[in-house]
Design a protein around this ligand. Sequence first.
Ligand code: NAP
Length: 278
Amino acid sequence: MKPPTVLITGGTSGIGKATATHFAHAGYPVVITARDAARGRATAAQISARTSNPQVRYLVGELGTIKGCQALVALILEEVPDLQLLINNAGVFMTKRVLNADGLETNFMVNYLAPFILSTGLVELLARNAPSRILTVNTGLHLQGHFDLARTPCGLDFSGRASYCNTKLANALFTVEQAGRVRHRGITVNAMSPGLYNTRVLKVTGWLRVAVRVGGAGLGLVQPLARSGKAPFYLATAPELAAVTGAYFDQQKLAAFAPQAADAQLRKELWDRTLGWI
Ligand SMILES: NC(=O)c1ccc[n+]([C@@H]2O[C@H](COP(=O)([O-])OP(=O)(O)OC[C@H]3O[C@@H](n4cnc5c(N)ncnc54)[C@H](OP(=O)(O)O)[C@@H]3O)[C@@H](O)[C@H]2O)c1
């Protein structure tokens, strides 16, 4: 039987690229998204050559604006009609408050709103191709998040690390809410923490970066990047997880979402407000 087609956002570097490579090694048809065509083409070609899998391609998509996300949804509907596995991996950790053309703060846009627009925009396609899975790369830091529906979207409460945590918490609430809404459509919706890797998201530079790489690796905290594709691959493909939905995994291990994710009223409020923004 032909393996299902997987699409991974932010496949040009870090965990996304490692995950795409893992899938390609296993013989899956792989689509990565890239915001730059030349990087997308080069990365897809490199993964394809490395894994001897000719079925690796890229789509260009900008997740930093609402229009960009909607355009990517339209492109996927046209170009990937057999999509069954959606991995929302792209993410940012902003050190400054940067607003996009929609007036939305960048962490909020890329870490929360982009997965929302993609996951909801592709529901009909995924339901048609069911069984399907949506997996979002979140972080254990969402447990430290607090968000304010009035202030977080525009970053009025911006504060580097806290904003990253807050937007990932919003993403956690969304995961649980969407899982409930598509439960009977043959689509599972889960989130995961990938572990710690020395990528741009880790946001350390200079000597600190060297210290994290050496010290973190020595302590077993920072893992080799090539390993980062293993857990997303497992969560998106394991037969024993076919019916597991609305769940959070710490790498491959079932874990608990932040307690706010159990608040159905808050989840609905966030969902309804989000529909108003897009
Ligand atoms: N690294 C860790 O230790 C760690 C820990 C917990 C969670 N995570 C999560 O893992 C995910 C992947 O991060 P990473 O560590 O692999 O970081 P990374 O190497 O910086 O990769 C991030 C990916 O997202 C893409 N991206 C960022 N902004 C985008 C935009 N506006 N439009 C389209 N694509 C965009 C990047 O594209 P470009 O290449 O074009 O910039 C890149 O492909 C993120 O969701 C992150 O929050 C990472």
